[in-house]
Design a protein around this ligand. Structure first.
Ligand code: GAR
Length: 199
């Protein structure tokens, strides 16, 4: 019987974090399987990447709102993840706020990556916020998701220097490099912990 830790990945963008996680799973560095990849955007890198890797990929329309899922969409996401029997919901650039029902269903089982050292610079384009503010060090945070925007207990952080002459693009690229290390490593830690608990 396959009782590996089961990951459901949600994203809205190009999917570089998804690729890093999928590569780490394939290389045996994360003791888990990716059992669902869901997106609120139909033609997007993360779904293409999942299909290329022969992983179950699904576009689920988000409904009528711009920043959150409507009730029907929320139910559809919950059902897809339950059907796939996910142990951990991994937000990898999923640009919708998740609310009550979803978070109650997967309590303490939703993780997110954010491109800053939270609680600094939550929200959109955190690398640009950091540059505009003039901080000399920023970074990456992996955290459990609660009802807020980029809030919830912090699981791991990695610093990234802001260099003289950085543009939003160069800083974002450096931050994404750190994300590609920190997210797989943190998910591997969670998968191992769950494995130890299960005996
Ligand atoms: C990542 O940089 C992630 O940190 C950010 O979206 C990007 C997705 O990139 N998430 C947030 O800003 C959440 N508030 P990807 O599609 O290449 O993984």
């Amino acid at each position: 019987m396959n009782n590996k830790f089961r990951l459901g990945v949600l994203g809205s963008g190009k999917g570089s974090n998804f690729v890093a996680i999928a590569d780490a799973v394939a290389a045996g560095k994360i003791p888990a399987d990716i059992v669902a990849v869901l997106s609120d955007v139909e033609t997007v890198g993360i779904l293409a990447g999942a299909r290329e890797r022969k992983l179950p990929a699904q576009f689920i329309p988000p409904g009528k709102f711009r920043t959150k899922l409507d009730d029907d969409a929320e139910r559809a996401y919950i059902e897809a993840l339950q059907l796939a029997k996910v142990d951990l919901v991994v937000l990898a650039g999923f640009m919708r706020i998740l609310k009550g029902e979803f978070l109650r269903t997967f309590a303490q089982r939703v993780v997110n990556i954010h491109p800053s050292l939270l609680p600094s610079f939550p929200g959109l384009e955190a690398w640009k916020q950091a540059l505009d503010y003039g901080v000399k060090v920023t970074g990456v945070t992996v955290h459990l998701v609660d009802q807020g925007i980029d809030t919830g207990p912090i699981l791991a952080q990695q610093t990234v220097p802001v260099l003289e002459g950085d543009t939003p693009a160069t800083l974002h690229a450096r931050i994404q490099e750190a994300e590609r290390e920190l997210y797989p490593a943190t998910i591997a830690m969670l998968a191992r912990k769950a494995g130890e608990k299960a005996g």
